[in-house]
Design a protein around this ligand. Sequence first.
Ligand code: NAD
Length: 387
Amino acid sequence: MSNIRVGMIGYKFMGKAHSNAYRALPMFFPKVTRPQMAVICGRDAVGLEQAREQFGWESAETDWRKLVTRDDIDLIDINAPSDAHKEIAIAAAEAGKHIFCEKPLALNLADSIEMLNAAEKAGVKHMVGFNYRFAPAVQLAKKLVSDGRIGEIYHFRGFFLQDWIVDPQFPLVWRLQKEIAGSGSHGDLGAHVIDMARFLVGEFQEVIGMSETFVKERPLPTAMTGLSAKGDKDAPRGQVTVDDATLFLARFANGALGSIEATRFAPGHRCTNSFEINGSKGSIKFDFERVNELEVYFTDDAADVQGFRRVIATDAPHAYSEAWWPAGHTIGYEHTFTHEMHEFMLALAEDRQPVPNFVDGVECQAVLEAVDKSIAERRWVAISELR
Ligand SMILES: NC(=O)c1ccc[n+]([C@@H]2O[C@H](COP(=O)([O-])OP(=O)(O)OC[C@H]3O[C@@H](n4cnc5c(N)ncnc54)[C@H](O)[C@@H]3O)[C@@H](O)[C@H]2O)c1
């Protein structure tokens, strides 16, 4: 198959992570279809040109509308904030382009369904950016669950803890504005945990949640990118319109029980994306800050050596180990994106939908929205109420 010509929109945090993945693919996965880093797109011509040169894109375009209709582009990669996802994805689908879209897929469930429908109608391939699935330790967790090695699943306990806005003077970045981000920690961090739970345990049946916005007003920013921003504490202030923390309980369709927490108010936790699964034959534990490891406990281990064991999931025979380094020479955050883009390139070559795709984006959005509804109405909400 010939190269896939990529047009990428947004060039800051995720734009850099995706660019790095595209660059790494031909070196570490030489057998998959090559992504050609054709066009990078953003609104500020000066910043865009710097990124083009630094990340290694062939050319730059300041208008995404022009980009999505170009004949020399096969795939549109959307790394703009969530309020831009729907319009770009639908325009890309209508122009017959394959689409990668960062998570959360959209601002709300209705928009995400429109995006899925447009992609399906156009017959294009679509993928959503739940990159944590692609950590080898998470792939190992999936294998252990699928092979029945920890038996019937009883519990999924997931939490994603950060601390980058604990300071009340941290500025009002786009992630704290509902009209741009959709929601706060819930859609940003909770979406990853929900996807992890769906990936490892199965579909959610019903949820009940609670949330809080601890700091309700913040100074307006003077500059922002990714999770960092600059501001002046004496600057005019604006309202925080999203949750700082959202927690919920869940019942899965297979009878397992879940508890999920997403917060940006956990001092000392920079990126604690973590889960534990307990089953009838054992347990598994993962913490992204120790990305290469999976802790595993089996009930049938000999009694005198029973306990959690630490498996380095980047050594053979684990997922992706052949592509990288000798045993014990571990990998990191950026590799989750390389593996994610590897899945997309493989799916294009095999003419199938990549996984996770917009269907997973929609299912995640349904859970997010069911939690919001449960908080607003102070009751359990079945996911089926929203579909
Ligand atoms: N998978 C993950 O772990 C992960 C991590 C961070 C962010 N994200 C998601 O990625 C997306 C981008 O987040 P980010 O952290 O990279 O944000 P960012 O603020 O670092 O970068 C956003 C980029 O989008 C550009 N942009 C904004 N509006 C645009 C528009 N209308 N047209 C063209 N470009 C536009 C900005 O100029 C900037 O280059 C969000 O949806 C976010 O939720 C996912």
